[in-house]
Design a protein around this ligand. Sequence first.
Ligand code: BGC
Length: 463
Amino acid sequence: MSTATFAAKPASSNAKTLLTGGLAALAGLMFGLDIGVISGALSFIGKTFEVGDHVQEIIVSSMMFGAALGALLAGYLSASFGRKRSLILSAALFVASSLLCAFAWSVAVLIAARVILGLAIGLATFTAPLYISEIADERRRGAMISTYQLMITVGILVAFISDALLAYSGAWRWMLGLVAVPGALFFAGVFLLPDSPRWLKMRGRDQEALDVLVALREDPEIARREAADIDEQLQQKQHGWSLFTGNANFRRSVLLGIMLQVMQQFTGMNVVMYYAPRIFKLAGFGQDAQMWGTAIVGVVNVLATFIAIGLVDRAGRRPMLTAGFAVMALGMGILGLLIYAGIDSETQRLLAIGVLLCFITGFAFSAGPLVWVLCSEVQPLKGRDFGIAVSTFTNWAANFVVGVTFLTMLHSLGDAETFWVYGGFNALFIIVTLAFVPETKGISLEAIERKLMAGRPLRRIGR
Ligand code: BGC
């Protein structure tokens, strides 16, 4: 649907916001579904193709590899062809590759399909939040980022439950193929959306941009003011690479984004997401219990995200991140101890589940949502697109490293030792947070930018 048709059809402002919110929800949901779906399918895939741990690691990680590439491409595609078209491309790739995964006739095809799936996800994880922030009005922006993370966790949960149900028949092809259904919904949904007003203005299509804004805000006066704001912002040309090479202060914020995403991934959260049934097996659970235990992990992940949504603007980023890393360090450390001592009794098994759930809670109220929030806050306007593209790329690259090394670590270091390594990382991140992460609660993005560019230490570019 063209921009003009969208503008010509009046619907209530709320309905349109809901549509945009719905899109956010679907992109996050897709992200989550694909993170979650592989854990339950993995052991069956291993059996079908008779492949061991190393190949299984590659099957898991091929998606993150594709996603890192997709995030890199996304900046270029969404600037040249527009946010909407990038999302359409992502949705189409998403449906096609999910089906290809389901029908994969060899390991090579499965891996190739997962790389393409990754491309789709990388593209969506850069473009969707960008689009949302450009189309939502100011009052709703923060809530929409949190909703986005919430939907990631819901996606993971839905994938875990669907895996658990399908596990009885070992139907891994269905597990992977069903993900095409929300993908198709996403595809249809994106067509209904208008182009981003900011992008239209970047291309000099001022009248269309104004039409979209009038249709969205339903108040020509507000729309005109926003259009003028966008014009003013666009005076600040995006200078990603040249700013990066020429300005030491910008390099610091880009490095902060990279560091935050590396920390988020090296908590070991995705080890649990991808290999949860395997971890439950290490803890002595039978097959059914492994799948349902995994589903409980998904539920706790969703619920604990609400703690972040409720507290982030009151307690602040630094205390919550520090507390989260402390909980995760303890969780991983104790889990390692339990595995080291040998888990034989029912009580020990319950204890193991308990600490694993504490770990998940620690992630979901801290590093999960807060890293995304911080990454969107610390980049100066001129280098925003570049900075966020780099941090999104890092998220997937680090995710890849974690996914591709976990089973190998179990073999080479030992089970307990592997969890201790992650426990150690989390303990280290407490110190890193205290030393480098700014407190950005309740402070305007302009103020953060001013302090960054004035050369203040990173920890003090916030409050
Ligand atoms: C992370 C993902 C992770 C998810 C878990 C997200 O913030 O980026 O890698 O799987 O949270 O809920």
